[in-house]
Design a protein around this ligand. Structure first.
Ligand code: ADP
Ligand code: MG
Length: 265
């Protein structure tokens, strides 16, 4: 039985995380011995009957630790669906997602919340900052969720704000920041919990090209300098040059393009 067929993940609770994970299929293990992320045959169907929409069809991919990859595709192709499933925000209809040695589907709801808080960092299209907290407080808020000490979290927040060029914006509310600054705060916030995996959904959609490039360059630098693994969803071909590898998605079907230069960049 695969993890996705587990009838009641909540009832399985603690032990299944260790027992249910089984070894990776030999072919994947051989090709990607150090993969931090393994997505296997993930299908997502929204709705049922004649209104059913297959948003993802048997998507399979592996991402190594330290890689920054792009997921490129037009609007409606299934990009947000795929990274939502990878980050444990959405359950697949079938297939499995493994991050490190954790099979995401084997986690109970409570374990999943904790797993996300501790190991995944999200950056969304519209930054989604807490409007009544300053830039710095938006970072510190995450530290509270994962139980960092006050002094550790302040040091970490100030370091990230500095690296992202936001030190003199730290006390501004989101509405007092530009779109590019808000996205930089969102990047800082995604890194506060020291995640293994950073998932980024169209970070440049609301920015002009120059600002978009700046944000993606900063994102790449943070991911590389900190040894994180990053997946960036984009429909903008110009942004893929900052990534190591590209996966293209069209109508829920994933194909792999070896390098950004193969796309003419
Ligand atoms: N909650 C939902 N219910 C029904 N259909 C959905 C839902 N979310 C997305 N879809 C459909 O699934 C497909 C992929 O959507 P999405 O993953 O958001 O694409 P992208 O992020 O590439 O724009 C689209 O056809 C979309 O309309
Ligand atoms: Mg989307």
């Amino acid at each position: 039985m695969t993890a996705s067929e587990t009838p009641d993940p909540v009832a399985q609770a603690t032990d299944s995380a260790a027992e249910g994970t089984g070894p990776a299929p030999a072919v994947d293990a051989a090709a990607h011995p150090d993969a931090l992320l393994q997505v296997r045959d993930v299908t997502k169907v929204y709705g049922s009957g004649h209104t059913a929409v297959t948003a993802l069809a048997e998507a399979t991919l592996a991402v190594e630790k330290g890689e920054f990859v792009a997921l490129l595709g037009p609007s409606g192709s299934g990009k947000t669906t795929l990274i939502s499933i990878i980050g444990g925000l959405l359950a697949p209809t079938s297939g499995s997602v493994t991050i490190g040695d954790t099979d995401v589907a084997s986690l109970s709801r409570k374990q999943l919340t904790r797993f996300r808080a501790e190991r995944v960092g999200f950056v969304f299209q519209s930054a989604n900052l807490v409007p009544f907290l300053t830039a710095r407080e938006n970072l510190l808020y995450v530290a509270g969720l994962v139980g960092m000490t006050k002094s550790d979290s302040r040091a970490r927040a100030d370091q990230l704000l500095d690296e992202l060029g936001l030190t003199d914006r730290a006390r501004n509310l989101p509405e007092q920041l530009s779109g590019g600054e808000r996205q930089r705060v969102a990047i800082g916030r995604a890194l506060m919990n020291d995640p293994d995996l950073v998932l980024v959904d169209e970070p440049t959609a609301a920015l002009d090209t120059a600002l978009g490039r700046q944000v993606v360059q900063l994102l790449r630098r943070e991911i590389k300098d900190r040894g994180k693994t990053g997946i960036m969803v984009t429909h903008d071909l110009r942004m893929v040059e900052y990534t190591d590898r590209v996966f293209e998605i069209l109508d829920g079907h994933l194909t792999h393009v070896e390098s950004p230069s193969a796309l003419g960049h």
